[in-house]
Design a protein around this ligand. Sequence first.
Ligand SMILES: [Zn+2]
Length: 336
Amino acid sequence: MTAFAWHREALERLMGRRSRLPHALLVTGRAGIGKVAFARELARSLLCESPIDLLACGECPSCHWFGQSNHPDYREIVPEAAEEGDAEAGEADGGKEQGKKSLVIKIDQVRAIRDFVALTTHRAGHRAIVLHPAEALQPAAANALLKTLEEPPPATIIVLVSDRPARLLATIRSRCERVQLRAPARREALEWLAAEGAVEPEASLALAGGAPLLAAGLAAPEEREWRRKVVAELSRPDGAHPIAFATGLDRATLERTIFVMQTWVHDLVRIKVAGEPRHHVESSAALRAKARRARLERLLALDRELLEARRLAAHPLNARLAGEHLMMAYNRATLG
Ligand SMILES: [Zn+2]
């Protein structure tokens, strides 16, 4: 995947000083705007042997290897569960297989960077490492990475990518140059979604708060079906039915439920404060009916609880109980 058009300028600005780039970059910005693609394209351009207009040529041996995912001077560090192909495998069996894989970046993975940089480079003399999401670094792994950043290996650039840089060690942040990426303009995002063949691009983009990659994921049929189910539950005039709803929830469906609940609660808050929903525009009547009885301070408390639940959803003790608990909290916030 090459970087997205809306990040080309930022990429050109960095590559314009390719010989003076720092040892470490921290690429930040909202989830779902294309940060990982940006980091990969930066690495590809840096390793390219005959860049065109500062960026990767796509033709040289280096670009070829990069395209085949076997460039000898490039490494990507991700949690085991996010490794290529596993996401789909996890979906297919309801997330059970994925459940066995690690969601964190472990110290062994960071130690492998040290071994990698100890070798001489194979090609043009540069070496690039992309690590994402950086907030998935386990504490021991973060400390090991810090040591590498403190003694930067020659001719190597380490690119960390994070939606939540505040979760990183301050000492890691301070060793990296920050690259803050923007979300595309609405028109740009809609054009891209249409080209991707997304169904109901406007609704998905609204739900994703303007982040196009997130929107593309939300436009998938199974996502839309799950969303309809959760929205129907949240819309019940007499309140959600927590026990019935939570039966059969697993980690994957719990995470999706939390996402829908968060956007729904944000809309309730917006209606109370500003009058207009932003995400679930098509359910505006149900939202308004709910907002009338909801109490603002309880909605805000629920929003904090959902944020915390989302953090824990990666390894819940019991998805069913967590789902039940959140639906009960929702009822308390919205039934007056
Ligand atoms: Zn090239």
